[in-house]
Design a protein. Structure first.
Length: 225
């Protein structure tokens, strides 16, 4: 079982920049997921980091209660200071059961690629979701992406956790084995994608387009009724 850590990244600017960098993607997650009315829903954010996704989700689609859980203690403490009067709690924990049970819907963004045991994660999700509940997990970090071979060692340089090497089949297979109905979409294929020129991860604008339109995936894992 993973242990609690202080931060995800050993580079402070990487950690602090995640909210700004991911905000447009979170908006697309909210748009792309089949959520309906959340006014009576109990929501879980797995790997919440500094809490930005749940705050944005509540501001767009208010829910009854939300819980964010993360291994990174400093990030969770910061999230608590930023929640305002929203019905959200953030906590540091290594097991999803630490966040509660009977969630209607769960989310994660760029979390599953860092998990050391996908089968255990699927079992934990099954244990905290209501029957019929769905878990939306978004990632572009998988071995089917042609950029991953270069990305993985770069991420490992600053990550405070080991970086596994999972394929789409590995991720889907773990959840099918746990009894979930599995679906996936290239969820940014119809979105306007910011093009900011060459960068350390995407050397060209075409790489950026391919990454987000082709290899950024939203998995939907639904627990049967």
């Amino acid at each position: 079982m993973a242990e609690l850590i202080d931060t995800w990244s050993s580079i402070p600017e990487e950690e602090d920049g995640m909210t700004a960098e991911h905000s447009w993607i979170w908006r697309e997650m909210i748009r792309g997921a089949d959520l309906g009315d959340l006014s009576g829903a109990k929501v879980l954010d797995v790997g919440c980091n500094q809490g930005g996704f749940l705050r944005m989700l509540y501001d767009h689609k208010p829910f009854a209660s939300g819980t964010g859980i993360d291994l990174a203690k400093q990030a969770v403490a910061l999230a608590e200071t930023r929640k305002g009067d929203r019905p959200i709690s953030y906590r540091a924990g290594a097991r999803l059961a630490d966040a509660g049970h009977e969630f209607d819907v769960a989310f994660s963004h760029e979390v599953i690629y860092l998990l050391d045991d996908l089968a255990d994660h699927a079992a934990q999700i099954a244990g905290v979701l209501k029957p019929g509940g769905s878990y939306y997990a978004v990632t572009c970090c998988h071995s089917d992406s042609p950029l991953w071979e270069k990305w993985r060692p770069r991420i490992q340089e600053f990550s405070n956790l080991p970086v596994p090497d999972y394929s789409v089949a590995d991720i889907a297979g773990a959840f099918r084995t746990a009894g979930f109905e599995v679906a996936v979409s290239r969820f940014l294929a119809d979105a306007f994608i910011p093009l900011e020129g060459p960068g350390p991860y995407c050397p060209t604008d075409v790489d950026t387009l391919e990454l987000y339109a082709r290899w950024k995936l939203m998995f939907r894992f639904t627990r049967p009724d």
